[in-house]
Design a protein around this ligand. Structure first.
Ligand code: GLY
Length: 342
């Protein structure tokens, strides 16, 4: 490893354990890691990602379409064909270089091509670093919904080069901050006082702990969805809005976190002081806790009932005296009341 500053977090999953390396100027290190293990590499990325890998082994770059549209079975089909034409075999490597769209799609291709081959994530967004690139959830979307086809397929390594954040658009930075705000409630750390590198590393440590103890989200990994029940509903309504109006994933999660705290307060699970702590964390990251004014409140409830954690009734991750927990069968009228005051 180079002498430059970096830290490594282990995702402990027995013989599928892997390192997540966080630091600055890691591209030479990535080359060393890859070239010492693989003879041939396919790099999957998007044209809008302003970073490129230069590897010392045979490699080819496969560019997928921009934005969330890339997460489709059509793109999986196209990329897989191109990998076959390139002669990629099971003992070779796929590198997903980009944000959550690239790592979700790249990981899914890796999990199916040759019935599963090695892949590695190089995250270039804050959201990717603290969430999407870690934990082995891969997925593509269907017309019927987001992430409906996917797999649990762990990468061999994840690299988070903080240098890449220097070119990250402000909206994407805010998206990462929304997820980072979430981690403040999944641990007892005050993350905001730390350097960016320490905050990212701490978020990864927290996530790695949840993944290691519940890889396939049979239980406690679901707590990583704090703020996501309303957050996903806000995102879904934003898809037909202009880019300037809609909220990014993390911005929507920040609103969802505050809503979940208000709901917890109304159910006497937390007190006003704890609600205020939520507001401080959200504002500390420069985020807003309010619903955007274009939101149609009536349809939010229906969307929240269809949330993936739900079994048909309203299900939220809620704060309480013992910390976060998944709470099922919450009365529609309670949620409606908090929503109407929100
Ligand atoms: N993004 C939540 C998880 O990986 O479980």
């Amino acid at each position: 490893m180079s002498s430059k500053e970096f830290s490594t977090v282990e995702v402990s999953l027995g013989d599928r354990s892997y390192p997540v390396v966080v630091g600055y100027d890691l591209f030479a290190e990535i080359d060393r890691y890859v070239s010492s293990r693989y003879e041939k590499v396919a790099v999957i990325t998007q044209a809008e990602i302003p970073w490129q890998l230069d590897l010392s082994v045979e490699f080819e770059v496969f560019t997928i379409p921009g934005g969330e549209d890339a997460k489709s079975l059509r793109v999986v089909d196209e990329v897989s064909s191109k990998l076959a034409q390139f002669g990629l075999k099971r003992n070779h490597l796929i590198v997903a270089l980009g944000g959550g769209v690239v790592t979700d799609l790249g990981g899914f291709v890796a999990s199916t091509y040759y019935r599963g081959m090695d892949y590695m994530n190089v995250a270039t967004t804050l959201l990717g670093m603290v969430d999407a690139a870690i934990g082995g959830k891969t997925a593509v979307n269907l017309r019927e919904g987001k992430n409906l086809v996917g797999s649990f397929w762990q990468p061999k390594a994840v690299f988070c080069d903080l240098e890449t954040l220097k070119t990250l658009p402000e909206s994407q930075r805010r998206s990462g901050f929304g997820e980072m705000a979430k981690y403040s409630f999944l641990s007892s750390y005050t993350l905001q006082d730390l350097s960016l590198m320490d905050q990212v590393t701490k978020c990864i440590e927290i996530k790695a702990g949840y993944v290691a103890s519940d890889e396939r989200e049979g239980g406690r990994r679901a707590l990583l969805n704090y703020g996501h029940t309303l957050g996903h509903a806000i995102e879904a309504q934003g898809f037909d809005r202009s880019l300037t109006q809609r909220l990014t994933h993390g911005e929507a999660v920040a609103v969802g976190i505050y809503f979940a705290a208000k709901l917890a307060l109304s159910m006497d699970r937390i007190d006003e002081t704890r609600l205020e702590e939520h507001l401080q964390v959200i504002h500390g990251y420069g985020l807003n806790e309010q619903l955007p004014n274009w939101i149609q409140r009536d349809s939010l409830l229906d969307y929240m009932k269809r949330d993936k954690k739900s079994t048909g009734t309203l299900t939220f991750v809620l704060d309480g005296k013992e910390g976060l927990e998944v709470v099922r069968d919450i009365s529609e009228s309670v949620v409606q009341e908090v929503l109407s005051e929100f």
